[in-house]
Design a binder for this molecule. Sequence first.
Ligand code: NAD
Length: 408
Amino acid sequence: MSEPNTKSGRPTTHGCISLHASGIEGEARVALLPEHVRLLVEDGWVVRIPPSLSAGVAVGDAEYAVVGASVTREAAPDPGRPSLDIFVSPPSQDTILALPEHTTVLGFLDPFNRPDLVALLAERGLDSVSLELVPRTTIAQSMDALSSQGNMAGYAAVIAGVARLRKILPMMSTAAGTVRPARVLVVGTGVAGLQAIATAQRLGARVTAYDVRAAAKDQVESLGARFAKIEIGETSEVAGGYATALSDEQLDRQRQQLSDLCAESDLIITTAQVFGKRAPVIVTGEMVARMRPGSVVVDAAIATGGNVEPSMLGEEVEIDGVVVMGDPNLSSRVAVDASRVLGANIVSLLKHIVDPETGRVVDVGGELPDPIASAVLLTRGGEVRDERVRSTLPQHGPSAPRSEGSAS
Ligand code: NAD
């Protein structure tokens, strides 16, 4: 623990951070760029990365070495040293099994959809930190990786859709006549949806948008888009701004009223999600069939089940001339900037939740546990701490926390 840090000359007080390549095909993002590694090395971390990790963002190994990272394929040199293993996407079971005993696993762990991994992390007694569980509070904003990646995905959804549209978005007056602006419909106006609206507006489209949350109307209109009026009765929000699931009847009413809007749209971007649950089906096959051939639908909620009935995970399907895109990893299309903001989120989170004395996530067992550390710490000591995640596990196991408050 007192080995000198070659970059800063100060003694190392933290442990060893290892970055891992994503197991997901086509994932170009990395958890830390050299600018982030520099900050962590200065803080006393030893940072290890596998060779060619960042080819997807066109950053070479030498750039990591210059800021003090060690570029190596070997396992961490000192298994007794606290180690933090960072993943952009959920690690495989084999990877988890191979991690040393005192490891903290951090990353997008997809806790609501990967009960197998959650159970294994708990069984192995590892600490794990899920980026999906960062609370939506002012102080945690700089750590909110779901939002930073949602922003990137909203932008990328519009660019990807436009590239398949074979039409321009803005009105264009030329000597040969006037081209009318394309009509874009955005369903779900959280972080990704608002960015999609802003991007389509900048490109000159006529944008209409819809969300169940009452606050969404003002947010949509402040971007210059039209808010679609859809009557579905009472809706509620849960703490943190997230929407709750609609009833089947409300979803039916929503679909009926959205159908005409869909039919007249050139490009539809759907981003509607319900935290911890499957995304609602909002655009049915029938609604897609009513669209003009050449129109495009980008289902940006496909990673959590999708809002568009005929969309397929990771595929582009064509239905009567309408292209339906189901890319679950839109932010990877803009991997350089997505990694820039993701790395900043992770550095900010580590600075907040890691105890510099131990190199591990701070103790969350006291009377006044840090709310951010308490929320993001998914497993510790064999326990799954988040009650919402626990309830998705078979037989509601492994065990609930014994001496600590719930993370939810
Ligand atoms: P999300 O990704 O969970 O869902 C996207 C949107 O889909 C949400 O706006 C939701 O209301 C909407 N939606 C759900 N079901 C729908 C349906 N049936 N029909 C239409 N729309 C539906 O949400 P998000 O992007 O994470 O953001 C949710 C809210 O939280 C937003 O208001 C956002 O501004 C806010 N937020 C706050 C903070 C903070 O305070 N630190 C950080 C990030 C986001």
